[in-house]
Design a binder for this molecule. Structure first.
Ligand code: C2E
Ligand code: CA
Ligand code: CA
Ligand code: CA
Length: 277
């Protein structure tokens, strides 16, 4: 309900409704974060050439009044309500626990956790991550942090300090939603990053749209030149996978392989890939 005329915001009855919903969601989210009722699902990343599992992305889920609320709706609320810190620590701790389970069963996987822009300026970040890894008896290389390019470009100097510290710890850093932001490839090249993740909006049209294919090709070339890993997200079709594999993409993630799934289902999926089923 956004209607502005001559810079004056005109009152709309649905504004009250939107605001009421946002407030109700924020209150519910606070309870969920504090009571630890948020859950985490896992989406596999696999080698496009062999189908071998490489790791998984942890994605948070929230049921409010018996209905799932999409992360694209509640993550921005969590950021505004200063709940993103506790939410992230919950996801990180849960995901590291799962990762330790996989590795204990003989699957040498890594787990990726999304980091909101605000977290990059938290001076306690690196120390707390180090403690969490230690608690789960995991090497730092088992954790990948996904950070959007916009988060980095919002405060390149501050971000740089944090990224250097995380890199020093041995955590892998991934540029999420690659291609959707406004960063120059040259600036990214100077950061201690390990991986770029091509956004699904590019992957979706890779076979049909020359422009978006060009972005993907450029990312793949840059990555090769810089020794970075390239992950493609949102792979839904076999011809997308074929294209990506033929052009040197290192890992793919998407509904073609699996939707994000709860931990037990993920374990079943893992066992199936081991037996080649
Ligand atoms: P993202 O980090 O870009 O995550 C990828 C999103 O694409 C996920 O949506 C995933 O379910 C979806 N996806 C995966 N494969 C496919 C596919 O083949 N087709 C399509 N159409 N979609 C696919 P999800 O789980 O709804 O998350 C949306 C966004 O919310 C994430 O985008 C991320 O920015 C944010 N988010 C999710 N979990 C967390 C979290 O724990 N912490 C933070 N800070 N943000 C999170
Ligand atoms: Ca992500
Ligand atoms: Ca994305
Ligand atoms: Ca995102």
């Amino acid at each position: 309900a956004k209607d502005t005329r001559c810079g004056v915001r005109v009152y709309q009855p649905e504004d009250d409704h939107d605001t009421a919903r946002r407030l109700a969601l924020m209150a519910g989210l606070r309870v969920a974060v504090e009571s630890g009722t948020l859950t985490v699902v896992y989406q596999p990343k696999v080698d496009p050439a062999t189908g071998r599992p490489l790791g998984a992305e942890a994605l948070v889920r929230w049921q409010h009044d018996g209905r799932p609320v999409p992360p694209d709706e509640f993550i921005p609320l969590a950021e505004r309500a200063r709940l993103i810190g506790p939410l992230t620590w919950h996801v990180l701790d849960t995901a590291l626990g799962e990762c330790a389970t996989w590795r204990g069963l003989g699957h040498p996987l890594s787990v990726a956790v999304n980091l909101s822009p605000d977290m990059l300026t938290d001076p306690g970040l690196t120390g707390r991550i180090e403690q969490a890894l230690h608690r789960h008896d995991l090497p730092a290389g088992a954790l990948t942090l996904e950070i959007t390019e916009n988060a980095i470009m919002a405060d390149p100097t501050g971000a740089r300090r944090t990224l250097d510290a995380l890199h020093g710890l041995g955590v892998k850093l991934s540029i999420d939603d690659f291609g959707t932001g406004h960063s120059s490839l040259g600036r990214l090249a100077h950061l201690p990053i390990h991986e770029v993740k091509i956004d699904k909006s590019f992957v979706r049209h890779i076979v049909t749209d020359r422009t978006r294919r060009a972005v993907t090709d450029a990312a793949l070339q840059l990555a090769r030149a810089l020794d970075l890993t390239v992950v493609a997200e949102g792979v839904e079709e076999q011809d997308e996978l074929d294209y990506l594999r033929e052009h040197g993409c290192d890992a793919i993630q998407g509904y073609l392989i699996s939707k994000p799934i709860p931990p037990l289902e993920f374990l079943t999926w893992l066992e199936k890939t081991r037996t080649g089923g």
